[in-house]
Design a protein around this ligand. Structure first.
Ligand SMILES: Nc1ncnc2c1ncn2[C@@H]1O[C@H](COP(=O)(O)OP(=O)(O)O)[C@@H](O)[C@H]1O
Ligand SMILES: [Mg+2]
Length: 161
């Protein structure tokens, strides 16, 4: 679990919460969250396998207007999506921290073409691993109910503003 260096409580303010009956709802939430995102922002996605982290990222990518199809970065650790033609489009770096093995410095060592300060960085399995990369991050947790397609998302900005 993440620990804040200054010892402040983990959860500041109220997390927002929404039920997501279908994968389209999850993608729609991603598009909505993308509207809040600016270059340099970090998004940390938490939730078990199949919870919808990649589906949410697909929505974020659509909202940011980036190029390329979003798929699980599991086998390549990080996938870069260039900004699209639409005005205001922001590049996306989609990371799977599962493969980072908890090494806090490895994201820098990936030697990405993309400038992380110019991009939105979305990290699956990033909880407790990548928070130090930015002063604040958008933390999204996806819960999956047994025997149901419905996911529940909770999200909040954590850190300094
Ligand atoms: N409400 C929902 N939200 C997100 N995904 C859903 C939902 N209902 C069913 N699914 C399915 O669950 C799977 C989620 O996969 P994925 O987004 O790759 O999860 P993760 O990246 O968390 O492992 C997809 O096959 C998707 O179609
Ligand atoms: Mg995934």
């Amino acid at each position: 679990m993440a620990e804040r260096r200054d010892g402040a409580p983990e959860d500041q303010g109220e997390a927002e919460r929404r039920e997501l009956p279908t994968v389209a709802d999850t993608e729609a939430l991603g598009r909505e969250l993308a509207a809040e995102l600016r270059p340099g922002d970090l998004v940390v996605l938490d939730g078990p396998l199949g919870a919808g982290k990649t589906a949410l990222t697909r929505g974020i990518a659509a909202g940011l207007g980036v190029e390329g199809r979003v798929s699980s970065p599991t086998f390549i650790i990080a996938r870069q999506h260039r900004a699209g033609a639409a005005p205001g489009s922001i590049p996306l770096v989609h990371v799977d921290a599962y493969r980072l093995g908890g090494d806090l410095d490895e994201l820098d060592a990936l030697d990405l073409d993309a400038d992380l300060h110019e991009s939105v960085v979305v990290v699956e399995w990033g909880l407790g691993v990548v928070e130090h990369l930015a002063d604040r991050h958008l933390r999204v947790r996806l819960h999956r109910e047994a025997e149901s397609e419905t996911r529940t998302a909770t999200w909040e900005w954590v850190g300094q503003y």
